[in-house]
Design a protein around this ligand. Structure first.
Ligand SMILES: NC(=O)c1ccc[n+]([C@@H]2O[C@H](COP(=O)([O-])OP(=O)(O)OC[C@H]3O[C@@H](n4cnc5c(N)ncnc54)[C@H](OP(=O)(O)O)[C@@H]3O)[C@@H](O)[C@H]2O)c1
Length: 388
């Protein structure tokens, strides 16, 4: 039995992880489950999987969770520090499915204390890639990428240490607005934006997929995970989401990773690593799918991708400002304060805030990253107030 903790257990990554755990009850011993404030779901998951500890990061939710689990021998903790303490438990594998910058503290703890971390959260790789990778390497912790594209590249590179990729290409479905007239984009509602054509995901990543910020974050994630020159990274539109990534080699060979678009496939690879595990997703049948299409990306309709590429090439403080401004803008859009097209505008305003936010400074510690994140959030929240 492998000791497993699932952070962000109540989200989509949590759902898929715990579905796999339920399919393999002989393989995993669940130690820790966490959520932010969804007490009802966390309590139900705790009853089903009997961890020794549950944590809600919103401290106001602790009394309700403690009361819901009062009859069980499960410890209930709350707050940001409790989350980091829980991530410091020495488990065989931690699955990080918390959304956003909030994952950074617990991820940094996990790469010190867990044997392996299956990292779904992309925001913390974007803002603190060097710190996270260096800490994982120092503590000999294996980082397993969950994001389907990076999981695909990771699989394609296994056993090929002698072959340096000459190019890595991530695929993008194009999201729900690939063919929408540009003039209609301002009218996009949160309901339209979270309805992804191929994947079932949380609200934030669904909006990121619709703006294509998601693919931009993934490029930065790939640069960090595979230590590759940004100039050798590219994106191609592939509406069926069957091929997740291509790796090119200098002899002209191109390897592709294919799988049904279901997060249980990459998660099963991470949970079973280095062995393969049954996954429960539909088996890929290319005869039924019939055709796989690819087309170049039209950057004029996805300015968020352009902003992310700018941040990736600039490095330093830019990815942290990019991420924080995007998180505030997406939350503003989901709460009805901003239009869909305001997301890219707000990110651009933050990246252009020379002197105010942007400085020749490379935040390298958790404290510096948190300070930069906080300052950018404040800047963007002020912009939202001005718009109201
Ligand atoms: N879903 C996918 O298919 C997919 C694919 C690749 C990568 N990812 C990445 O994986 C991460 C999770 O995505 P998701 O789709 O699973 O998101 P989600 O469905 O929105 O779930 C987010 C999880 O994080 C918790 N959470 C939210 N805010 C938090 C905070 N401030 N502190 C601690 N926990 C917090 C939530 O708890 P509550 O339920 O209590 O709010 C929930 O458990 C994201 O970074 C995303 O980009 C997701």
């Amino acid at each position: 039995m492998r000791k497993l903790s699932v952070f962000g257990a109540t989200g989509t990554i949590g759902d898929n992880t715990l579905d796999l755990v339920s399919r393999h009850p002989d393989k995993f011993d669940v130690q820790v489950l966490t959520a932010h404030e969804n007490v009802e779901k966390l309590a139900a998951l705790a009853r089903a999987h009997m961890p020794s500890l549950v944590v809600v990061s919103n401290p106001e939710c602790q009394p309700a969770l403690a009361s819901a689990l009062a009859d069980l021998p499960i410890k209930v903790e709350a707050g940001a520090k409790a989350l980091v303490d829980a991530a410091s438990a020495p488990v065989d594998l931690m699955v990080m499915g918390i959304v956003g910058f909030a994952a950074l503290g617990p991820s940094l703890a996990a790469v010190r204390y867990a044997d392996a971390v299956a990292l779904a959260n992309k925001e913390c790789l974007v803002v603190s890639g060097a710190l996270l990778m260096e800490t994982a390497a120092r503590h000999e912790t294996r980082l397993l990428p969950v994001d389907s594209e990076h999981n695909g590249v990771f699989q394609l590179l296994q056993g090929r240490d002698a072959d340096t990729p000459s190019k890595i290409v991530l695929t993008a479905s194009g999201g729900p607005f690939r063919e929408m007239a540009l003039d209609d984009m301002a009218q996009v509602t949160p309901e339209m934006a979270v309805a992804h054509p191929n994947w079932t995901m949380g609200a934030k990543i669904s909006v990121d997929s619709a703006t294509m910020m998601n693919k931009g974050l993934e490029l930065i994630e790939a640069r960090v995970l595979f230590d590759i020159d940004p100039a050798l990274l590219d994106v191609v539109v592939h509406p069926q989401s069957i091929v997740h990534a291509f790796v090119h080699f200098r002899d002209g060979s191109v390897l592709a990773h294919m799988a049904t678009p279901d997060m249980r496939v990459p998660l099963a690879y991470c949970l079973g690593f280095p062995e393969r595990m049954d996954h429960g997703a539909n088996v890929l049948d290319l005869g039924v799918i019939g055709a796989l299409n690819f087309e170049p990306i039209d950057r004029t309709r996805f300015p968020c991708l352009v902003h992310a590429e700018r941040a990736m090439h600039a490095g330093g403080i830019y990815p942290t400002v990019l991420n924080a401004s995007n998180e505030v803008a997406v939350a503003g859009f989901l709460s009805g304060q901003l239009k869909f097209t305001d997301i890219a505008d707000m990110v651009a305003r933050a990246l252009d805030a020379e002197g105010e936010l942007i400085a020749p400074f490379d935040p390298a510690t958790l404290g510096e990253l948190e300070a930069c994140d906080k300052k950018t959030r404040h800047f963007c929240l002020e912009l939202i107030k001005d718009l109201a």
